[in-house]
Design a binder for this molecule. Structure first.
Ligand code: GLN
Ligand code: ZN
Length: 765
């Protein structure tokens, strides 16, 4: 029998972001729900057919989603907080969107569910909220409907669901705490999955894939028991349908033995991120006789071509232990763009180094074919020869100047002087800010108008001068508005930037850009990461002119805005031929040049965003420092260590989950940090309190990911919550992220409420 090919999941937003456009159209009232459904069905059909044409055996279904697969799983299990049910929408989709985005209208006013990063990706999931006494039951037919939809097209798919263990580990109580896995809850969840299994069996499914990425994390006491209890119950319901337990983003060496004994028909292992440990575990414990190992050899997290020789070696290693090996994507392809087709801006010579989702299908098939090939067939294989040639040649020449600079760094280059406490005093005098200073995270709404002007510039329809004049007018208006509502530290609004990473990449040597390589970040939001192609250095000053212009237009302090090296790398497609550490150092030196130029141009406060620093924190604690923080944190210090004591360095992070790495955040040695906390829990405030966090901090006081306008009272309450835990001298008041994705209609009233709340609290101090 030839080697089976399996895809864990496929991008759903569409080759040209069709899903984004139709859903956003629905939100704006431009089209109806029927149109959304029609587009969704078209996309599913197209994606299934593409996989079928590529010769994929196990094609996923139910990997589609209108917003997020975790949210879908919550709805499937009837985990819908009452406040959303009370809105009493006619359509399930409207309830879903209210959970995802909040709702403010004639039916009521509710905030959205919290949103968190999906493991180490830049994808965000919604955190299911299990209320006390929640009745867990099968509450949706979507997975079955989609299976039938594909079947009607002649494609027998492999339905995919987030598994019960990952679901329970990521869900929270209505107090945002971890669930207690009592018998009732665990049994109820297992019963739903058993019912799903039975249903798929009846419908004629051959395989069912249950994704359990949470298995790659360290285990807490009780975790393995929980996993075993769930699956013993679920697998008891197994009739004909085979169950693939799929894991990714790391290894499961610590539970492999248990997993192997449970009798799954398939076990999916990530041989990209969890390579050595997974292989060792398989070698050590063997593979049950009825179990197939799904070798995750095609990287779902990066866009470089697969190295076939490496993949074949991995399959070979497994074949030493078992004959039952299928080949698979290492994770869902959700995290890579759709296709390299149409990327005409990249020379063919360069483009051939890349494989996006569609091209990865071809790779998967070729690896499977080569796995089954005899030695002679391999020798004759053109695909293998072409692949080999790609990796044998030199792709880019190293830049000796960059290497010399990196090699010349000394320990002193990573240390800012004087120490923080002294700086804080000097800065307070120099900046003359009130207590609880108010500010924003940098960007203001990128309106249609702004995007249209940029498009015109790109197409050559307007001159650079006209474009610059337009941006200046935007800056002027934004500054005036900020002054009017009374913010303390102003920003220029970032109107000149398409994206906080791509914009910098465009002004650095060593980057490549795509036209259409979008990847879903959350809901309908997509990002288009640039590609690190060669050694990185700064070509010329990037932001200095804009920041200097903005400062010249106001007497307030104008904050300069930069993206930090770790974030630039994490939100780009990194090289695979040199380490992340090396690439980050190169980036840090480039941004350091920019920081010093901003300072020289009279900018007194400089924010260096590290929105994505936490995102790539390794999933296993033992790896945190050695594999990441030990170089990521120094790289940040390298960026700002040479500024004057009075120059205030801010940073911003798009998450609040740093309670465990709070010392490391202090070790970045920024003067101020703003972070996202309004949608999440308040655990981080406790941690800040308990750890005597030294950095001044602005925990977000309202959630910008929702169009909802927070009231002044809400923000005031929030400030008091913060003051409960933090020294008032160290608190900043700001929204929880940049405002670029919002409209002006909600942004300005929200900020007015923010300033009013800060003033009200100040008055009572
Ligand atoms: N300065 C950026 C902005 O305001 C930060 C964005 C982010 O944290 N993702 O848009
Ligand atoms: Zn942010």
């Amino acid at each position: 029998m030839s080697t089976l090919t399996s895809v864990s999941g496929f991008p759903r937003i569409g080759q040209n972001r069709e899903l984004k456009k139709i859903i956003e159209g629905y939100w704006k009232g431009a089209n109806d729900l029927a149109a959304v459904k029609a587009t969704a069905a078209e996309l599913r059909a197209k994606h299934w057919k593409l996989q079928q044409a590529a010769g994929i055996d196990l094609i996923p279904s139910n990997d589609f989603s209108y917003y997020d697969q975790m949210l879908d799983t919550a709805i499937l299990l009837n985990v819908i907080p009452k406040r959303y049910e009370r809105l009493a929408f006619e359509n399930q989709e409207d309830t879903l969107f209210a959970m995802a985005r909040g709702y403010q209208g004639e039916k009521g006013d509710v905030t959205a569910l919290p949103m968190k990063k999906w493991f180490t990706t830049n994808y965000h999931y919604l955190v299911p909220e299990v209320e006390p006494g929640e009745e867990i039951k099968l509450n949706s037919t979507t997975p079955f409907d989609e299976f039938n939809e594909a079947k009607a097209l002649g494609i027998l798919t492999k339905p995919v669901l987030i598994g019960p263990y990952t679901f329970l580990k990521l869900a929270r109580t209505d107090q945002a705490t971890e669930l207690e896995y009592d018998k009732g809850l665990v049994n109820a969840v297992a019963a739903v999955y058993a019912e799903v299994l039975t249903k798929f069996n009846e419908l004629g499914a051959e395989w069912l894939q249950l994704d359990e990425p949470y298995l790659v994390l360290d285990k807490e006491p009780g975790d393995v028991e929980l996993f075993k209890t769930l699956y013993t119950k679920i697998l008891a319901a197994k009739a004909g349908v085979k169950v693939l337990l799929n894991t990714y983003f790391g290894h499961i060496a610590d539970v492999y033995e248990t997993v192997n004994l449970l009798g799954f028909d398939g076990i999916g292992l990530d041989l990209n991120e969890g390579r050595e440990e997974n292989l060792e575990a398989v070698a050590k414990y063997g593979v049950a006789s009825n179990t197939t190992i799904f070798a995750g050899v095609v990287n779902g997290r990066n866009i470089w071509r697969n190295n076939y020789a490496t993949s074949l070696g991995l399959v070979d290693a497994l074949k030493q232990v078992t004959d039952n090996v299928a080949v698979s994507t290492a994770s869902s392809l959700l995290h890579v763009p759709f296709s390299t087709e149409g990327e005409t801006g990249i020379p063919a010579e360069d483009l051939k180094h890349f494989a996006f989702a569609v091209e990865k299908l071809g790779e998967l098939k070729e690896v499977a074919v080569l796995t089954d090939a005899t030695e002679d067939e391999k020798k004759a294989s053109e695909a293998l020869a072409a692949n080999q040639a790609l990796f044998d040649g030199t792709r880019v020449a190293a830049d000796p100047a960059v290497a010399a600079r990196v090699n010349g760094l000394t320990a002193d280059d990573y240390v800012r002087q004087p120490a923080r406490e002294e700086r804080q005093k000097l800065q307070r005098e120099a900046l003359g800010l009130p207590l609880l200073p108010t500010t924003t995270i940098g960007s203001f709404p990128q309106t249609k108008e702004v995007r249209a002007e940029r498009a015109k510039l790109r197409k050559g329809e307007i001159t650079k001068e006209a474009y610059d004049a337009f941006i200046k007018a935007q800056i002027d208006a934004c500054i005036k508005h900020q002054e009017e509502i009374g913010l303390d530290v102003l920003v220029h609004g970032e109107f000149e930037r398409n994206d906080m990473v791509e914009y910098f990449g465009q002004n650095l040597n060593g980057f490549l850009f795509t036209k259409n390589a979008w990847v879903q970040s959350y809901g309908t939001r997509c990002v288009k990461p640039p590609i690190v192609w060669g050694d990185v250095s700064r070509a010329k000053p990037i932001t200095v002119e804009w920041s200097a212009y903005a400062q010249s237009r106001t007497n307030h302090v104008m904050k300069g805005m930069l993206t930090g090296p770790v974030t630039i790398l994490n939100w780009s497609w990194p090289r695979e031929d040199i380490t992340h550490e090396e690439q980050t150092k190169q980036l840090a030196l480039a941004i350091r040049d920019e920081v010093l130029d901003l300072e020289a141009a009279g900018i007194k406060v400089i924010q260096i965003d590290e929105a994505a620093l936490r995102e790539k924190l390794p999933l296993r604690k033992s790896d945190w420092h050695v594999k990441y923080l030990d170089w990521a944190v120094p790289a940040f210090r390298l960026v700002h260590s040479a500024v004057k004591p009075t120059t205030q360095i801010h940073t911003h992070m798009c998450y609040s989950e740093f309670n465990d790495i709070i010392r490391d955040i202090d070790a970045m040695d920024a003067d101020v940090i703003s972070f996202e906390a309004s949608r999440g829990d308040l655990v981080v405030l406790d941690a800040i309190h308990d750890a005597h966090f030294e950095t001044e901090a602005g925990p977000g006081v309202y959630d910008i990911h929702s169009p909802r306008i927070p009231s002044e009272k809400e923000i005031e309450d929030r400030i008091y919550e913060i003051l409960d835990k933090m020294d008032v001298n160290k608190v900043w008041i700001n929204p929880d992220c940049g405002l670029k994705t919002r409209g002006n209609a909600e942004t300005w009233p929200s900020l007015e409420h923010l300033v009013a709340a800060a003033k009200a609290v100040r008055a009572k101090l």
